[in-house]
Design a binder for this molecule. Sequence first.
Ligand SMILES: [Zn+2]
Length: 328
Amino acid sequence: MAEFDCRICGSRDEHRMVRAREMMFGTREEFDYFECRQCGTVQITTVPDLAMHYPPEYLSFDDERPSVLDETFAKRLAARWAGPRLATGRGIPGDLVLWLKPWVADHFPPSLRHPHLALKPSTRILDIGCGRGHLLRTLRCFGFRELQGADAFIDDDLELPGGIRVYRRQINEIEGEYDLVMMHHSFEHMTDPNAALVEVKRLLAPGGICLIRVPLANAAWERYGTDWVQMDPPRHLFLFTERALRSMAEKAGFDIDDVVYDSTSFQFWGSEQYRRDIPLRDERSHDIPLNPLSIFTREQIQAWENEAAELNRERRGDQACFYLRPRA
Ligand SMILES: [Zn+2]
């Protein structure tokens, strides 16, 4: 126990302290966190020099691979037709494409299929913390035209095919007006999330909506403690609770439209690996698709997938998507 000011709710209290290790790359460097007694947010006590914890491998891991949807003319055409159907639930040509090529739907981000979003190809979308723009490139394949990204940890601005611009910027340096501002697992990397929400409000056009996907300190945190894979020290500065994020959003002037839990078996197999001292980027890691060295059976992974679905129903999964609208 030690006395700290919670950087989320402001409470000064004797908070429980824990020490966690870097295990994505397996440097095993240790970092101190505390768990706020008031709002439940688990947070790093001192923010380290972050740039050194985002080596080139961190960003390139997903982003170097071209989108499957971009491989052939037929795939490009299928995605282009299916996109509006997946985004809006309407469109007969899209129905036909998805009947013929149902796998196309697997590439569309589930969080963007929420009925309240009503996306159109002309929707102005900003992805904050987009890395090298992997998701934006996928959305481009699905026919979205107004795509922009920002990331504080890339080396330089990028211009991607199809006119997608990605800027090396902090959230307060981003300009423009957007119908959808989204953060897919980037909000927990920001040093001042309360200020970030105010910036999001500035960037939203009238009628706009914000989507924030974050890890949440729930059942997996209780079960695995500092071996919880989504703690990811020191990159994750804050592991929020639903209650904490709701109250932050309200304080920043948002109404909460919806909160959808979307956790997966990752919370189990990743944390079980850390318990056994196996880093996420280890050669034995289940993170590598179809890895013959993985220590888990397919049956075990499926059982965890089912358990994750159950936790999501109970609103205790280890991540969720928040849909926020500026209060009128
Ligand atoms: Zn707090």
